[in-house]
Design a protein around this ligand. Structure first.
Ligand code: DC
Length: 233
């Protein structure tokens, strides 16, 4: 099978540093970036706004339509390298709230929602290459990817990072509660039947617990350079 462009996948649990590393990599190589979590978050946001409940069959049918017709645009700029627009509305910050993360995780369990987003994700592949960030990029969406990375960190450390991030934003937060939510979400992502969170058999696992972003970035850059891909400049 000929492929239009090389693909690097980054999978792993939320808060492990994947998003930052994926965006750095996309900038360094000058490749496109797919933030697949943003697609699930957009479904979560729309479902919350429309009052859809994943436990109700008719609501699930409507959510599939929502997922199929999401008018998304990723626009260069912003802190994470790109801003997210839904039908012209800038929802970059709105989709980062904990309530949307929770809704996204609940809808991501539904096989028909995953199916509705499948081709849309594959359509992101374009020259010179694609960095795909998510949970099932290397296992389900791009099983033939050229390099698969699995970025992880302990739940305790991910909770601390999220707590620090919220405190910096001036948002009152409870570390214990954040930790519990992270463990619950991990459990849901890893135990679902449809494309559960797990490293691909051929993935390089990078544990960022106790490690600076700079140190993780160095490891990733070495792996990418060993493949012969060169930075943009
Ligand atoms: O990476 P994130 O926190 O933005 O992801 C939001 C939710 O979407 C999270 O609960 C896991 C889910 N997700 C998924 O199931 N598959 C993906 N490829 C990406 C995210």
């Amino acid at each position: 099978m000929t492929r239009p462009a090389p693909i690097i996948t980054l999978d792993g649990p939320g808060g492990a540093g994947k998003g930052t590393l994926a965006s750095q990599l996309s900038e360094w190589l000058g490749w496109f970036l797919l933030d697949s979590g943003a697609l699930y978050r957009l479904v979560g946001l729309r479902a919350l706004r429309d009052g859809l409940d994943p436990e109700v069959a008719e609501d699930r049918r409507q959510a599939v339509e929502v997922a199929r017709q999401l008018a998304i645009r990723f626009v260069p700029g912003g802190q994470q390298g790109q801003r997210v627009e839904l039908a012209g509305e800038d929802v970059t910050d709105a989709i980062r709230s904990d309530s949307v993360a929770e809704a996204a995780s609940r809808w991501a369990v539904q096989p028909e929602i995953r199916e509705a987003l499948l081709e849309r994700q594959r359509a992101f592949v374009a020259p010179p290459g694609l960095i795909a960030d998510g949970r099932d990029m290397g296992t389900a969406i791009f099983p033939n990817a050229d390099l698969k990375l699995y970025i992880t960190a302990s739940a305790a450390e991910r909770a601390e990072r999220r707590y620090a991030q919220l405190s910096e934003m001036g948002v009152a937060a409870n570390l214990e509660q954040i930790y519990r939510e992270i463990v619950e979400r991990d459990e849901r992502d890893a135990s679902r039947e449809a494309s559960p969170l797990k490293p691909a058999v051929d993935a390089c696992v990078i544990d960022t617990t106790g490690e600076s972003v700079a140190a993780s970035w160095q490891k990733i850059r070495d792996l990418v350079a060993a493949k012969g891909w060169l930075p943009l400049r």
